[in-house]
Design a binder for this molecule. Structure first.
Ligand SMILES: Nc1ncnc2c1ncn2[C@@H]1O[C@H](COP(=O)(O)OP(=O)(O)OP(=O)(O)O)[C@@H](O)[C@H]1O
Length: 276
């Protein structure tokens, strides 16, 4: 997990703090489709920022722009003071951005612990020679990796499943394992793309509690989530997209009362004013 200093945590969630990531006037086109249209916002150190909007609003494209899957057509993404430019996904991951996906991407025939270790391993420094001959650095990193993996599994309420194959975990456990694996890269920013998709309300609430726990340890989280009630309950600030444009940004209570947001969601089948 990322380490934080007192300075970084001094700003309370929702209050102005250090900008960890800045989307600066990002436009992203796919042929004639403008998936993002001049979008600007920032993610502040130590907060949970919710990114919401109706289907097709551009949320996943936004994620993809800031994790290196797509390059902005115009504008730029600045992370921790560094413009991401044309960096590849693994380079952006090394800078400190980790993400999970809408669909589960685990190594199904590996144990839960091994899946987390894959994340930690990508940041280890011991080379092939060190590993082959089990030299001291490799041994130390293996020990540290195992300890970190177990800590993260505990954090995600998966300590008791460490030695079970990923494929034998329940759907909810697999989703939590993905978050543990992403955290193993010790990211400065954790991006979660609909982590509660397919959950029942009780599971959803439990996951949101875990995400808050992750934030309380000093991590910064970007969260895409469709369920409005959950977003309102867990996030510190919210950015709302509609048709590729940012239509609102603010504290959950401000977003709930924002007429443009209410109008955007009333146009969607499965949302009602009550849900907002
Ligand atoms: N690779 C692509 N090629 C062409 N168009 C795309 C591509 N990816 C996304 N789009 C289009 O960009 C727009 C935004 O899509 P995006 O998936 O980012 O929205 P979203 O808010 O994540 O939606 P959902 O909630 O349904 O996942 C949509 O019109 C979509 O069809």
């Amino acid at each position: 997990m990322s380490e934080t200093t007192t300075d970084e945590r001094s700003a309370r969630p929702g209050e102005p703090g250090r900008a960890l990531l800045q989307m600066q006037n990002v436009t992203l086109r796919f042929g004639g489709v403008v998936a993002l249209n001049d979008v600007s916002f920032e993610i502040r150190q130590g907060e949970i920022l919710g990114l919401i909007g109706p289907n097709g609003a551009g949320k996943t494209t936004c994620f993809n722009a800031l994790t290196g899957v797509y390059q902005p057509t115009e504008g730029q993404v600045v992370f921790d003071g560094t413009p991401l430019g044309r960096r590849k996904r693994f380079q952006i991951n090394r800078l400190g951005i980790a993400r999970t996906f809408q669909n589960i991407r685990l190594f199904q025939n590996m144990t839960a612990r091994e899946n987390v270790l894959v994340g930690a391993d990508s940041h280890h420094r011991a080379g092939v020679v060190q590993s082959l001959f089990r030299l001291p650095r490799h041994r130390r990193e293996t020990r540290e990796g195992n300890a970190l993996a177990d800590e993260l599994l505990e954090l995600m309420d998966l300590g008791h499943r460490a030695d079970d194959l990923a494929r034998n975990l329940s759907y909810g456990e697999q989703r939590r394992l993905e978050i543990a694996r992403a955290l193993a890269t010790k990211p400065k920013l954790l991006c979660l793309d609909e982590p509660a998709a397919g959950f029942n309300p009780v599971e959803k609430q439990r996951l949101m509690d875990l995400i808050r726990r992750v934030r309380d340890l000093g991590n910064t989280v970007l969260l895409i989530e469709h369920d409005m009630k959950l977003v309102m309950g867990v996030t510190d600030r919210i950015v709302v997209l509609e048709f590729g444009k940012k239509i609102a940004e603010g504290l959950p209570a401000e977003i709930r009362d924002n007429p443009a947001v209410i109008a955007a969601y009333l146009g969607v089948d499965d949302a009602s004013e009550e849900e907002l």
